[in-house]
Structure formats: structure tokens, C-alpha cells
Design a protein around this ligand. Structure first.
Ligand code: DAH
Length: 359
């Protein structure tokens, strides 16, 4: 009997080891452990044995059964892995495309201008800050000195979201100015940041789209003054428009979050629909700016007697239109490949101050 068991073990082990696929393995399982299987047949014989014999053969047969079951399971793992591997190879799809056969994509002018702006301000020691597109009322308005009933709220054509269960109503940020608040609340002065990003207003024509881009600037320190603002903007606009000099005109204006506030114009000339920045007889309004209002500093837990600073906000799309000569903002977001090919920039040509921003 012992010999029979050991012969069966050898035979089954060999069969299992060479089973070529899952079906063959299943056949071996049934032939050994199934109701009429060889191992089960030997187990049935236990009933007719003397108690002594049974005491010896019982454990031996159970051991055989376990060994065979383990060997089957191990072989099954191996075969399943192999089957998966075969399927992965057979069903493989090559998602790559040969580069040379296809037209290269280009960098969108908005991305290009954002990169140019970041590059210029990095060279002036500014960091890039970010904030969410979905803003709280506090960050977008209240902390910027635009309280609940302030008329400026109406100017913004705000997209409001449905209020949550607490009655809190988020907005799609109407400007990048809330990033000023987030920055002042999260780090100590000195602060020198720009915050480029998407902004939203319910407005649409040749120079307005419901989603557009702005870049915010913020500098806070103990002795920052209006001269610093003017110098920074001059350095920025000169570098951006790639001209040797710009002349700025600061016009008194009103923004709730700055005092004094001014609109900045650059001197320019218009020639057959294209604009040349730097000299000429015309002025082009380019951005809003001012000294950060004491109420805004207070809302960010900064003492206005200790800290002061300046801020500015620029429309990125408008800068792109002026610099690269497009006249319809809506085309920026039409995803028309012909437009993108015409106005886009080479994909690997990152703007650098040293290498030329746009060349
Ligand atoms: N947030 C203003 C807007 O969207 C632009 C602006 C004006 C930003 C003056 C500023 C600023 O930081 O000082 O119309």
C-alpha cells in the first residue's frame, strides 16, 4: 500500500509539473481528487481496512491528498501567470506614434505669455503663487475690502455656485486678487509674488470671454512704496514688449483693495491696426494697480503701521493680443488647429531672458 501511494505521488507530481495549460491541469485534478479519482479510490479502500492498518494508511493518504492539492494550486498559479502574460502580449496596442509623420503641436499664446511673465518676474525675485478657481466669497470679495453691499460686487458679473447646506456660496473667482489674500494669510512678509491663472465673468464679445486669464502681482514689506511699483511695472513692460524703453502714465483710479489706486497706460503708436509699444502719440491702458489698502492688510492679520505694499492685476490674454497681434479673443478658446498653428510657439522653445523671450 505504501508503495502504491508513493508510486501514485510520483506519477501525479510528474503529470502536474508538465501540465501544459489550465484545462490539462483541471483534467489531472479530476482524475486524482475527483469522486472517481485515483486518490479518492485509495481513500475509499480505508473503509475495508483493519483499525491498525487504517491508523497507518489514513494519515499517509491524507498527506498524499494534501500534497497533490498543493502541487495543483502551485501549478495553477504558474499557468495563470503565463496565460495573462500571453494575453497581454497578444492584445498589446502600440499607442505611440512616429513623431516625424505627424505635425508637431505648438504652445498656445496664453501659455507662452504666462511663461514669459513668470520668467521676467523670476528675474526680479518674485515667486509664483496659486489659488483655486472656485473661491470663497471671503477671499474673492470681503477680504479685498469689498463688503456684502458694495457696488463693486455688481461690476464683476460673477458666476455663483449653488450654496452648500451651510448657506456658503462659492464663486468662480472674478479676478486673481484673492491669491493676494491667500498669500498674506499663509506667509510672513517680505512677500514678492505673481499669481497667474484663470478668472471668470459672465461676459462675452470680441474682447471678453467668460473664462480669461489674469496675473496678479503683490509685494509687501516694511518700506515698499509707489516708486517701487512704478519701477517694477516699467521693468516688466520693457522686458515683456522687448523694447529698450517704455513710458508709463499712472492715472488715478479706483479699486476697493488699493489706496491710492491707479490705472497704468503705456505710450504707443497705432499703425494700420498694429500697435507699437514704447513710443508714439497714443496711450494704451494696460493694467490696474495701487498700494494695498490698509483694510486688506488688516483682513490678513498684518498691521498697516508696520507693513505696506503694492499690487497689480493684468489681463494675460490682452497682453498676448497686443504683443502678438490678434484681434479676437474668442479665437483663443476655439481650439481651431489652423489658428493654433499660426499663432502657436515651438514646443521646446522656452522663453528665457538671456535667450530672448519670444524668439
Ligand atoms: N482685480 C482687478 C480686476 O480684475 C485688477 C486689479 C486692479 C488688481 C488693481 C490689483 C490692483 O491687484 O491693485 O479688475
Amino acid at each position: 500500500m505504501q508503495e502504491q501511494i508513493s508510486a501514485l505521488r510520483d506519477a501525479l507530481t510528474a503529470q502536474i509539473g508538465s501540465a501544459a495549460d489550465l484545462q490539462a491541469l483541471e483534467d489531472i485534478r479530476v482524475a486524482a481528487l475527483g469522486k472517481k479519482g485515483s486518490v479518492s479510490g485509495l481513500m475509499k479502500g480505508l473503509g475495508g481496512m483493519s483499525p491498525e492498518e487504517r491508523k497507518e494508511m489514513g494519515p499517509a493518504l491524507n498527506g498524499l491528498k494534501t500534497e497533490v492539492a498543493d502541487a495543483l494550486a502551485a501549478r495553477k498559479d504558474v499557468l495563470e501567470d503565463a496565460a495573462l502574460e500571453a494575453r497581454l502580449t497578444a492584445e498589446r496596442v502600440d499607442v505611440t506614434l512616429p513623431v516625424m509623420d505627424h505635425p508637431a503641436g505648438t504652445i498656445h499664446p496664453v501659455s507662452q505669455v504666462m511663461d514669459e511673465i513668470a520668467e521676467i518676474f523670476a528675474s526680479l525675485g518674485f515667486d509664483v503663487a496659486e489659488g483655486p478657481d472656485l473661491e470663497s466669497d471671503f477671499h474673492n470679495f470681503t477680504a479685498l475690502n469689498i463688503p456684502e453691499e458694495h457696488p463693486a460686487r455688481q461690476d464683476h458679473d460673477t458666476f455663483y455656485l449653488t450654496p452648500d447646506e451651510n448657506g456658503d456660496r462659492k464663486v468662480l473667482r472674478t479676478h486673481t486678487s484673492p491669491v493676494q489674500i491667500r498669500t498674506m494669510l499663509s506667509k510672513k512678509p517680505p512677500i514678492r509674488i505673481i499669481a497667474p491663472g484663470r478668472t471668470y465673468r459672465n461676459d462675452s464679445d470680441a474682447t471678453h470671454t467668460p473664462m480669461f486669464h489674469q496675473v496678479e502681482g503683490l509685494v509687501i514689506d516694511r518700506d515698499t512704496h509707489l516708486g517701487h511699483l512704478k519701477g517694477t511695472l516699467e521693468a516688466f513692460l520693457k522686458a515683456f514688449f522687448e523694447v529698450d524703453a517704455v513710458t508709463l502714465r499712472l492715472r488715478p483710479s479706483y479699486f476697493p483693495f488699493t489706496e491710492p489706486s491707479m490705472e497704468v497706460d503705456v505710450q504707443c503708436s497705432f499703425n494700420e491696426g498694429s500697435v507699437k509699444i514704447g513710443d508714439g502719440n497714443d496711450w494704451l491702458e494696460i493694467l490696474g494697480s495701487g498700494m494695498v489698502h490698509p483694510n486688506v492688510l488688516r483682513a490678513c492679520n498684518l498691521d498697516p503701521n508696520e507693513y505696506q505694499g503694492f499690487a497689480f492685476g493684468v489681463g494675460i490674454d490682452r497682453l498676448a493680443m497686443l504683443k502678438y497681434g490678434m484681434n479676437d479673443l474668442r479665437a483663443f478658446f476655439d481650439a481651431d488647429l489652423r489658428w493654433l498653428k499660426h499663432y502657436g510657439f515651438a514646443a521646446l522653445d522656452l522663453p528665457t531672458i538671456a535667450g530672448g523671450l519670444s524668439k
